[in-house]
Design a protein around this ligand. Sequence first.
Ligand code: NAG
Ligand code: NAG
Ligand code: NAG
Ligand code: NAG
Length: 181
Amino acid sequence: MERLRSGILSGSRATVAGLVLFALAILVTVPEVSATRYTVGGNQGWTTNVNYTIWAQGKHFYKDDWLFFVYDRNQMNILEVNKTDYEACNADHPLHNWTRGAGRDVVPLNVTRHYYFISGKGFCYGGMKLAIRVETPPPPPSASPINEKSSAPRSTSYRGKFFLPAVFAIGAAWDAFVRFW
Ligand SMILES: *[C@@H]1O[C@H](CO)[C@@H](O)[C@H](O)[C@H]1NC(C)=O
Ligand SMILES: *[C@@H]1O[C@H](CO)[C@@H](O)[C@H](O)[C@H]1NC(C)=O
Ligand SMILES: *[C@@H]1O[C@H](CO)[C@@H](O)[C@H](O)[C@H]1NC(C)=O
Ligand SMILES: *[C@@H]1O[C@H](CO)[C@@H](O)[C@H](O)[C@H]1NC(C)=O
């Protein structure tokens, strides 16, 4: 009985592999489960002589996207402030100090609201300041193709796919298959 069972199993492996690949293809290509990580300033990063208002123009920041700040850790930092302090370049009472020390800090945009970032140490006055508005993600089926077409910011960001759900789904499919036999 066991031998027969395993015989059936191994004989059906190709089918299972096909199903698994199919499931993977569906899950990985669905755009609405992806979030975007924006490298602030693109190739230039978080530094002087970049106008971050212009950098942010035309970009849509959605809840659960990330900002990735890459900068000279010996000089700059990354502080989240309120609107007043953003406008005044006041670094004296930040809402959040995102500086971790490596010069590479990730900020999760997990609330739909305005975010204001400045670099302290005087760099804000030179333009190292970023104001963005985080929006509610568009409803998946209708809005995601539009999102794909607006290819302008693609060079400065990459879309992080959520592979974990795919892995779980495959695990579940395999489990169901094995139980079925
Ligand atoms: C920002 O914080 C400063 C200092 O805490 C405060 O005086 C100011 O009113 C705040 N501005 C806003 C828009 O909340
Ligand atoms: C922000 O945090 C970093 C790392 O903990 C620290 O070195 C730095 O002094 C802090 N800056 C401000 C303005 O609080
Ligand atoms: C958003 O992220 C910050 C920093 O990781 C965390 O402190 C805060 O609790 C989060 N807020 C929500 C609503 O998840
Ligand atoms: C960045 O560009 C915007 C729009 O052109 C302009 O209003 C703003 O003054 C510029 N900021 C800096 C710091 O040059």
